[in-house]
Design a protein around this ligand. Structure first.
Ligand code: PRT
Ligand code: ZN
Length: 226
């Protein structure tokens, strides 16, 4: 239909660690979004832009399935989803449009504080709790270490204390969460930030013109805070 040719559709995290800074970037770039947070779909008041509010985990797939034009997501989720979709035989094409200046974190291995640490080979045959099994497996494979992953989508940091795993592989920002759970960060396996990604198909010319304008605005906003 006509609106698909003209309105740029962007998927963003509905509610979470990327939401406030994403909305601030839009606001600072002059994109005014109607404020009802409960609606899945929101429209910019002053530009031909539609905003889809979803779980961050769904954003790479929405772009790769060509359901939205753009998405804003952490590289950690993007990379993990890409590996999962590859295994599932699903399409994984996308373009990285712009690296953003928020969402910085790292995916690290952590073990109980009191444990000695010599390297990843200490984890041979051990159980590691994580939300990112593919990123972890890639690193462990390169290191030649066999392990068992315990998939948890939340509360990963309590797994060792609960006796569910020997170690964890989880996102870290300040390290306070690890510390308060008696864990120490021993190995960073991936560093991440938020990125703007786009579908790997040419946009209709009218949409491309909007997209180009927004990219310039985003760049301007980010360089102003540097
Ligand atoms: O509901 P939805 O699925 O959309 O959200 P979510 O719960 O899966 O994700 P969310 O909102 O927690 O994080 C979204 C994205 O923010 C992540 O995928 C990362 O790209 C990025 N990010 C940046 C972080 C952090 N910093 C971070 N600190 N994601 C998670 N954390 C966690 C960390 O694992 C720890 O448990 O925050 C906790 C506090 O961290 P410390 O080290 O500062 O104590
Ligand atoms: Zn999520």
């Amino acid at each position: 239909n006509g609106s698909e040719k003209k309105r740029l559709r962007i998927a963003i995290q509905k509610s979470g660690r990327l939401t406030d800074e994403t909305l601030k970037l839009f606001k600072d770039s002059g994109i005014k979004i109607s404020s009802n947070r409960d609606h899945l779909l929101a429209h910019a008041e002053n530009l031909p832009i539609d905003i889809l509010r979803v779980r961050d985990d769904d954003i790479p797939g929405l772009v790769m399935d060509h359901v939205v034009d753009w998405g804003i997501v952490g590289q950690n989720v993007l990379e993990e989803t890409t590996m999962q979709r590859d295994l599932d035989g699903m399409y994984t094409g996308f373009n990285e449009v712009l690296k953003l200046n928020f969402g910085d974190c790292r995916l690290s291995v952590a073990v109980p504080m009191e444990e000695e640490w010599h390297g990843l080979s200490d984890l041979e045959g051990k159980k590691i709790a994580t939300t990112y099994p593919h990123l972890l497996r890639r690193v462990m494979k390169n290191a030649g270490v066999n392990f068992r992953s315990v998939l948890l989508t939340g509360s990963v940091e309590v797994a060792p204390r609960a006796g569910l795993a020997d170690a964890i592989c989880d996102l870290v920002c300040t390290g306070a969460t690890l510390q308060s759970n008696g864990l120490k960060e021993v190995e960073t396996i991936y560093t991440s930030k938020a990125v703007l990604i786009g579908r790997d198909q040419p946009l209709f010319p009218e949409k491309q013109a909007i997209a180009d304008m927004i990219i310039e605005r985003f760049k301007g906003v980010m360089s102003a805070v540097e």
